[in-house]
Design a binder for this molecule. Sequence first.
Ligand SMILES: C[S@@+](CC[C@H](N)C(=O)[O-])C[C@H]1O[C@@H](n2cnc3c(N)ncnc32)[C@H](O)[C@@H]1O
Length: 290
Amino acid sequence: MRILDKIKNLLLFNIFYKILDPIYIFLDKRHIRRSKNMQMIPSAFLRRGGAYSYAEWSYIIGVLHTIIENNLSNKSNLQILDVGCGAGLVLNAVNEFVGKNGSYTGIDVMKSEIDFCKKHYPKKFNFVHVETKNNYYSPNQEKNIAWKFPNNSFDIVTALSVWTHLNEIDSRFYINEVSRVLKINGKAFITFFSLDNDYGNFLKKDLNSKSNFHNQTRHQYVYNMKAYDSNNWFYPSWSKIPERAIAVNYTALKDMFDKSNLRITKHYKGTWKEVPGIFFQDIFVLEKIL
Ligand SMILES: C[S@@+](CC[C@H](N)C(=O)[O-])C[C@H]1O[C@@H](n2cnc3c(N)ncnc32)[C@H](O)[C@@H]1O
């Protein structure tokens, strides 16, 4: 029975889905009337990162676009750095802010993602492979390497589901880099799993039941293991490698931002810890203050 279920799932959700999706989105894109930024979403063979479904990519693009728009004073010709760009999901949310004189640069530790993005997206967008090691995504690369971008060169930095894969040392190193490359008053939009009072309340719930907000069990988001020798960075016990999913104590996060001259201007709470919200992970909007 289990084997039959596996075959059924493989046929339905892998093979059929991957055959039907490119046909469906080809037709669907012709019906898009008022949201031009959905036109570049890749087909199922190529959608990777935290989200896979076409509908979910569209939803996240809309959420991010709205959040970024709502938190910017200047909304055009921006210099944008997207850290951990993956298959380019965030680009679809920010491309309107690039305008004629701005730029978008996506960086990632996975060369395959960068090669894909270079082929798939228009040439005016830049994609750069960084040689940095991440124990989950790029275990054979070098330890933290500073980005080859000048100080104060970007208006905004984005990172969707990237610091949720960084241990404490990497996290601090790259938050410093974010601050270094941001212009004064520039904004960073970075997602985390933040361990705060809401997380404390979440732990008191029935953790074996399914979430009210997403399609996984709550248990999957219990961060009960220290990531290496950190006292504030944690990962869930189901994961063999900490960098598969990492959460951070809120006070340690705040302290890390303070030390990098980044001020929290907004915190959108993530629905992963069973609080109503607009996105699964916590989104922090940070402003470089000097
Ligand atoms: C969960 S995926 C998210 C991808 C994309 N942001 C999205 O939301 O679809 C995490 C990405 O971060 C990249 N990554 C991990 N550590 C990184 C680092 N230190 N510097 C740049 N990219 C990194 C991974 O290669 C992977 O593409």
